[in-house]
Design a binder for this molecule. Sequence first.
Ligand code: PRP
Ligand code: URA
Length: 215
Amino acid sequence: MTTTPVLPGLFIVRHPLVQHKLTILRDRRTPTKIFKELVDEIAMLMAYEATSDLALEPVEIETPLERMTGRRVSGKKLTLVPILRAGLGMVEGILKLVPSARVGHIGLYRDHETLEPVDYYFKIPADAGERDFLLLDPMLATGGSAIAAINSLKKAGAVRIRFLCLVASPLGVERVRAAHPDVPILCAALDRELNERGYILPGLGDAGDRLFGTR
Ligand code: PRP
Ligand code: URA
């Protein structure tokens, strides 16, 4: 990453466009259609930062005028892994930047009583050990979902994982960093705290419900 971490392993994307769009996203009056478009756009802008140090390799090409050595991203295709449901909202925006990326899926939801993650689906490409993974979820609250998702990715052989979220809580960051110190976290904002129901304050509410209009 080209930005400096604010804490070890925590990067905040402070680009003005990201911050502007995030503020509209947080606004309770923002309707589902705009919410969806904003998640898509912010994810794309954040992915630009998250991919800033992908490995390159030389490649010989011919321009209309002469031969030259260009550079292209090397290695196996980047793999996006949204945590269902809300992570799905981040996929299309990133695919606009990296259209050849592969897409895995991790199905998890938070039990409303215990706030513990319950997993129901897992599918990622083979050769996990040779790929770069971007794990996607707009919200990092207690950290339970992110930790469970990273556990599953590692169990399947993944070693190079980055976690992209829009809004993080201090507790979530602390827990993910403690459980997986090798996984950098990129967010657009580090918010104040969680409320008694595990929602981020000030936050943006329930990301999945606002994305899919299921409140
Ligand atoms: C939300 C969110 C994260 C999780 C974060 O999902 O999208 O996955 O909560 O909370 P945590 O850090 O405390 O685990 P939710 O469980 O509401 O499922 P949904 O996306 O299907 O609505
Ligand atoms: N999940 C959400 O969607 N929002 C929060 O604030 C916390 C968890």
